[in-house]
Write a protein that binds this ligand. Structure first.
Ligand SMILES: Nc1ncnc2c1ncn2[C@@H]1O[C@H](COP(=O)(O)OP(=O)(O)O)[C@@H](O)[C@H]1O
Ligand SMILES: O=COP(=O)(O)O
Ligand SMILES: [Mg+2]
Length: 567
């Protein structure tokens, strides 16, 4: 007993299997893999195609893991996804997991890594959380190649008649560097190019990341890249990646990134870790290629959508399942005592000492946030299982407040989970509830809106049904943007809402289940390559900043290469 070793110590003490041995029973052979050391590999296209075919003869039980509105540290969706995958195998099912690959932004910022934690992690955690297989670097380079070629056209004169004040393609960086949000480029006189304003966004929010996650293979990726709109000409006509002749080079840079990465969990469950869009500023789930391949290897796929169900899950259910032709069989809604207290105390910003000091009354007062998330998820017609992800200092009384509420008040299945501390031993109750939900056949999934609904109807549906808004107000150029989207023929695209994750509303300070407010939409732009529109709400930022005490400040490496402070 005593304090749990750190994530890194647990990871280091785990004897991993060579990846080719680990995946062999799941249908992947030596020649199907492109190796990055002994414990990480990419799956080659032929193998992916074979797995897709094999998936047609399997159950394809899809379990989505989402959460309530989290505190800034996160409440354990990744931990629960890894732990549930491990536990399903532990109780005799065949399960794979698919999660996103981390961005260096949060790794060095507030949240730390995204490889799970405790005894429910994917390994090798230090590789996964740092350079991994280079996908984020490849995406950043590909994104900035487009920006450089576009500016070369602008400053050296071009037949495209680009409107220098109507360029929609920013630059990208995989780092939370807030001072790059709004920049001026092209300074330095004639050789410096044409001065103009330009933004940076986090690579996780790049349309290339979304395109990589939606693509079905290299050929599809290339067609999607070609369609990406990067600017408009002086007549307002779109200019694409193909128009600036960047399609081939950009796709070449992504030739490896498009292949899903396969690794293992602490207990030896195979895991796809591929694609890394955040769920506030992007669509928030891993690549469809990973999902489709996993269905060829296992009966269950457990996959995570980022942040609360108003973000990752809403977009997974309204966009990813629609475009990816998938139907979820159950949704796990991760709750935590600390998040319930955070809402119950109407706390902003989060103070973890105050959270620890709060009592069961605060847990009860916070339940309104959990209730709204349960209500939202039930609107999609999928059975909900609430997981109470138990943290070390949680008391039985506090946990039981949540379990009793779910079972007695909400009439939904609920289970305590200690997969962080105990691995699969701590997930049996949850896994059994999930299997019951899947085997009940109750799932009757449907998205909340139809393709033919207007753009404003789609936004109104999400705002009122999911966020709890009374309505929507369009500010800035949003109305004109929507008219342009309809003129361009994007009216039937689903809408990816970009919103703060700190609240169900677009105001980070509002906790619980805010009512009596209007959603503000300030900009709408196309991800023509990904196949959806993006609507910016409130003051959401596509390039986060570092806190004054970033996680990076607590990290170190010794002369033997041993790392500390990475979590
Ligand atoms: N039950 C738990 N006990 C202790 N720490 C936990 C527990 N669950 C999650 N954590 C830690 O909390 C942080 C957020 O967990 P994570 O699974 O990444 O959440 P999410 O995916 O919802 O953002 C991570 O540092 C993780 O190791
Ligand atoms: O996009 C955010 O994902 P997490 O909630 O898993 O941090
Ligand atoms: Mg996560």
């Amino acid at each position: 007993d005593g304090p749990l070793p750190t994530d890194y110590e647990i990871a280091q003490s785990t004897e991993m299997e060579p990846i080719w041995e680990l995946v062999e029973p799941w249908g992947l052979g030596l020649d199907d893999l492109q190796y990055f050391g002994s414990y990480t590999a990419k799956v080659k296209h032929d193998a992916i195609d074979r797995l897709r075919e094999q998936a047609e003869d399997r159950p394809n039980n899809l379990v989505l893991v989402t959460g309530m509105t989290p505190t800034p540290k996160g409440e354990g969706k990744t931990v629960t996804t890894v732990g549930l995958g491990q536990t399903l195998n532990h109780i005799g099912e065949e399960a794979m997991i698919a999660i996103r690959e981390p961005s260096l932004g949060p790794v060095f910022g507030v949240k730390g890594g995204a490889a799970g934690g405790g005894r429910s992690q994917v390994l090798p955690m230090e590789e996964i959380n740092l350079h991994f297989t280079g996908d984020l670097h490849a995406l950043t380079s590909a994104h900035n190649l487009i920006a450089a070629m576009l500016d070369a056209k602008i400053s050296q004169g071009d037949e495209l008649d680009i409107d220098v004040n109507d360029v929609s393609w920013p630059r990208a960086i995989d780092m939370n560097d807030r001072v790059l949000r709004e920049t001026v480029v092209g300074l330095g006189g004639k050789t410096g190019g044409t001065p103009r304003e330009n933004q940076f966004l986090l690579t996780a929010a790049s349309e290339l990341m979304a395109v990589l996650c939606m693509a079905s293979g290299l050929g599809d990726l290339k067609e999607r890249v070609a369609r990406i709109i990067v600017a408009y000409d002086t007549d307002g006509e779109p200019i694409t990646v193909d128009d600036i002749e960047a399609t081939g080079a950009v796709t070449m840079l992504l030739r490896d990134a498009i292949k899903p990465n396969v690794v293992q969990t602490i207990e030896g469950t195979p895991a796809f870790v591929h694609g890394g869009p955040f769920a506030n500023i992007a669509h928030g789930t891993n690549s469809l290629m990973a999902d489709k391949a996993a269905f060829g290897m296992a009966d269950y796929l457990v996959t995570e959508a980022g942040f609360g169900s108003d973000l990752g899950a809403e977009k997974f259910l309204n966009i990813v399942c629609r475009l990816g032709e998938m139907e979820p069989n159950a949704v796990v809604l991760v709750s935590s005592v600390r998040a319930l207290k955070y809402h119950g105390e109407n706390m902003w910003p989060a103070d973890y000492d105050d959270i620890d000091a709060a009592g069961t009354g605060a847990v009860e007062r916070g339940l309104e946030n959990l209730d709204k998330h349960v209500e939202n998820l039930q609107k999609f017609g999928v059975p909900v299982v609430v997981a109470v992800n138990r943290f070390p200092d949680d008391s039985d009384e506090e946990v039981n407040v949540v379990l009793d509420h779910c079972r007695d008040e909400l009439g939904v299945a609920a289970a305590e989970s200690t997969v962080f501390e105990n691995g699969s031993e701590g997930g049996v109750d949850l896994a059994e509830r999930v299997v019951e939900a899947v085997e009940s056949g109750e799932a009757d999934y449907a998205p909340l809106y139809e393709d033919e609904d207007s753009i404003k109807e789609k936004i109104h549906t999400v705002a009122t049904e999911v966020y709890g808004a009374d309505g929507v107000k369009y500010t800035g150029g949003a109305d004109r943007d929507i008219e342009r989207m309809e003129e361009l023929g994007f009216g039937d695209f689903p809408v990816c809402m970009s919103k703060t994750f700190h609240s169900l509303s677009d105001d980070a300070s509002k906790k619980g289940a805010p009512t009596g407010w209007e959603l503000e939409i300030r900009e709408v732009y196309p991800s023509a390559g990904a196949g959806f529109l993006v609507a910016l709400t409130g003051d959401v930022l596509t390039l986060p900043g570092l806190p004054s005490d970033p996680a990076a400040a607590g990290m170190d490496i010794d002369a033997d290469g041993d790392i500390s402070g990475l979590f």
